[in-house]
Design a protein. Structure first.
Length: 201
């Protein structure tokens, strides 16, 4: 009976999490940065920071680690290429662009929850902001927002496959934004679709 009680507690916790505030993006698209990224001499990509409001949940911590792995695979090579293309610029007058990714909101449904309660666990979603800052002046060059979601049914049918794919997609959005705004100022997609509910300010 104790085993069943523990299972009941776990399922109840999952269902309560599923009823948590729905995560929404605040924009459909991101404006261009104030300067093209190629105007800088050096680039520093910081580790992903998870908002303290979500840091107590093990599933969110694991999701953040996975996003970081995708960043190392998809975003960091772009930044390394920029640095390599600039050559050796260590003089005092060199400018540096800090790239600071932060997960503002996340609800990640892990495979265990998908197996136990399937679509009743709800949808996974993540909102990430990436701040681009002139290291010398502190000026914010851009702060785009990126959003991805894995629907409850698709997450259940793929046994968490779509939940994990969401983490890869948001990393690709950041990599694309970097690439598109290196030589010119064009902005980029947030990842929200026309049917996505946008949060009111």
């Amino acid at each position: 009976m104790r085993g069943f009680a523990r299972i009941a507690v776990v399922i109840s916790s999952i269902l309560l999490a599923a009823c948590a505030t729905h995560i929404k993006p605040s924009t459909m698209s991101n404006p261009p940065p104030t300067e093209k990224f190629s105007a800088f001499d050096r680039f520093e990509l910081k580790p992903i920071v998870l908002s303290a409001a979500y840091a107590d949940h093990d599933a969110n911590q694991k999701a953040t680690a996975k996003i970081q792995a995708y960043f190392d695979e998809r975003v960091r090579p772009v930044v390394n290429q920029w640095n390599n293309g600039k050559g050796d610029k260590n003089d005092a007058g060199a400018t540096t662009l800090l790239i600071e990714p932060r997960i503002e909101h996340i609800k990640f449904i892990g495979i265990g929850a998908r197996i136990w309660v399937g679509p009743l666990a709800g949808s996974s979603a993540v909102v990430m902001k990436v701040r681009y800052v002139d290291k010398h002046t502190g000026k914010i060059i851009a702060e785009p927002e990126f959003y991805q979601r894995a629907a409850a049914m698709s997450g259940a049918f793929t046994f968490g496959g779509q939940d994990n794919a969401m983490l890869a997609r948001i990393s690709t959005l950041v990599a694309d934004y970097n690439t598109r705004n290196y030589a010119q100022r064009v902005g980029g997609e947030s990842g929200a679709t026309p049917d996505t509910e946008i949060a009111s300010n």
